[in-house]
Design a protein around this ligand. Structure first.
Ligand code: AIR
Length: 204
C-alpha cells in the first residue's frame, strides 16, 4: 500500500537555510553537507501530511503530531512558517501542497493564530488547526483565532496544546484512511489497544 511510506523528516527553515549555504560552498563533494541535506530532503520526498507551526517555540508541543504520524508509518513533513512573519512562504506552501501530493495540512500557531486560516484560504485540502497555549491568555486567544473562521473557508480546529497536536495527527490519519483500508485497520487497532488499557486499569 502506498501509505506505508518513508520515515518522517523534520525539515525546518533552518534546514533550508543550511541547504542554501551548503549548496554555495560545496555542491559536488560526496558526503558533504549538501549531499546530506539533499538526502534528508529526498527521505521525505512524498509526504502526505504537512505539519506546520508558527514558530520553533511550538515544536515541543507539535512533536506529538510528528510522533503520532511516525507511529503509523505515514510520511509527513514538519516545518516552521509564520502567517505574519513569513506570509509569502505560507501562501506558497498552501498553494503548492496539492500538486506535491499532500492530502492534509496541520497548522499550529499561538496568540493571533492565523496560520491555519491562511493555509485554508489558499487551498481546498483539509486544514486542521491546532491552537498553541499562549503566555497572555493561556491559548484561549489561539483557540478563538483558529476556530472562528468565516463561512466558506473551513478549518477543523482541535484542542489547545498537546492533546490537539496528537488528535490533529489522528484526524489526518482518519482522513487518509478513507481511501487506505490498511491504515483504517491500524486506526481500529489503536482504538482497541486504548480501550484494553482502560479496561485493565486497577486503582491501588
Ligand atoms: N505566531 C508566529 N507567527 C504568527 C503567530 N501567531 C505564533 C507562534 C507561537 C507564538 O506566535 O505560533 O505560538 C509565539 O512565537 P515566538 O516565536 O515569539 O515564540
Amino acid at each position: 500500500m502506498t501509505f506505508e511510506l518513508l520515515s518522517s523528516r523534520n525539515y525546518t527553515i533552518e534546514d533550508q537555510a543550511k541547504l542554501t549555504m551548503a549548496k554555495k560552498k560545496d555542491s559536488k563533494q560526496p558526503g558533504s553537507a549538501t549531499s546530506r541535506l539533499r538526502s534528508q530532503q529526498s527521505a521525505m520526498s512524498n509526504p502526505l501530511v504537512l505539519v506546520l507551526m508558527g514558530s520553533k517555540s511550538d515544536w515541543e508541543v507539535m512533536r506529538s503530531a510528528d510522533q503520532t504520524l511516525s507511529d503509523f508509518g505515514v510520511a509527513h513533513e514538519c516545518r516552521v512558517v509564520s502567517a505574519h512573519r513569513s506570509p509569502a512562504l505560507a501562501a506558497e506552501l498552501a498553494a503548492t501542497a496539492e500538486a506535491r501530493g499532500i492530502e492534509v495540512i496541520i497548522a499550529a500557531a499561538g496568540g493571533a493564530a492565523h496560520l491555519a486560516g491562511v493555509m485554508a484560504a489558499h487551498t481546498t485540502l483539509p486544514v486542521l488547526g491546532v491552537p498553541m497555549k499562549s503566555d497572555a491568555l493561556n491559548g484561549l486567544d489561539s483557540l478563538l483565532a483558529t476556530v472562528q473562521m468565516p463561512a466558506g473557508i473551513p478549518v477543523g480546529t482541535l484542542a489547545i496544546g498537546k492533546a490537539g497536536a496528537t488528535n490533529a495527527a489522528l484526524l489526518a490519519l482518519a482522513i487518509l484512511a478513507l481511501a487506505r483500508p490498511e491504515l483504517r485497520e491500524k486506526l481500529k487497532k489503536f482504538r482497541r489497544d486504548q480501550e484494553t488499557k482502560i479496561l485493565a486499569t486497577v486503582l491501588e
